[in-house]
Design a binder for this molecule. Sequence first.
Ligand code: GUN
Length: 292
Amino acid sequence: MQLIDGKEIARQIKAEIAAETAQIKNSGGKTPHLAAVLVGHDGGSETYVSHKVKACEECGFNSTLIRYENTVEEWELLEKIDELNRNADIDGFIVQLPLPGHISEQKIIEAIDFRKDVDGFHPVNVGRMAIGLPCFISATPAGILELLKRYKIETVGKHCVVLGRSNIVGKPVATLMMQKATPGDATVTVCHSRSKNLKEMCLQADIIIAALGQPGFLKASMVKKDVVVIDVGTTRIPSSQTKSGYRLVGDVLFDEVAPLASFITPVPGGVGPMTIVSLMKNTLLASKGEIY
Ligand code: GUN
């Protein structure tokens, strides 16, 4: 079994991005600038956004954090998005999800100029990805593919089972795994909460990408020997053992699945750190105008 060290790969990629950014800045080019809009004080969102701001510093980017209380009105956010769309210094921006119930996430996503949508959530980017055109690919799926690439994991003709059909992970990663590309060219099955023969599907899988948000869902009895397991789950559960008062738990029962796997990602330290660097990559691409 080989552990996929997302933390180490993310460190390498961040160093590559930082080196390229330093070169751009030294030759008088524009400093990449990412803005993040954070609504409310959800613990998970606070952590993710602070990691994104820190990653910007490490890459040599400028960053701007715009905060609102939970009571913010939808029109206020839409006004801010309009301003960010028109601000030439901002190369890309994200609105951290989830948003409070009185705000339409879809309306917010669609208000973002797709050329600045470094999250890759806008329907234009999703659609372009689906037909293999240059676009911003959302960070978690992009991070997963980068891990497969850097660990030289064969995907051609393999049976890849994706657990979960979210717009952020399940759907896009399934699309990417079946595209004519490397990594890609896999035969993909998408399973979800209404799937009937989930265990049988998993037992046939060469690669399992678990993105259900159900702690410990994937067990040893559900996988075949030498399976590749990518665990996207990041459920926070209370813990008296950590400073933060919680710990992250994946969708895979790591201790029992790992001995059967050829490759497996841990939680934390697997897919999570890759998500952040993929966002940095998209921001650099946006700044260089390489996509649009
Ligand atoms: N909430 C959970 N993951 C993400 C992400 O990748 N981007 C944004 N904007 N919100 C999220």
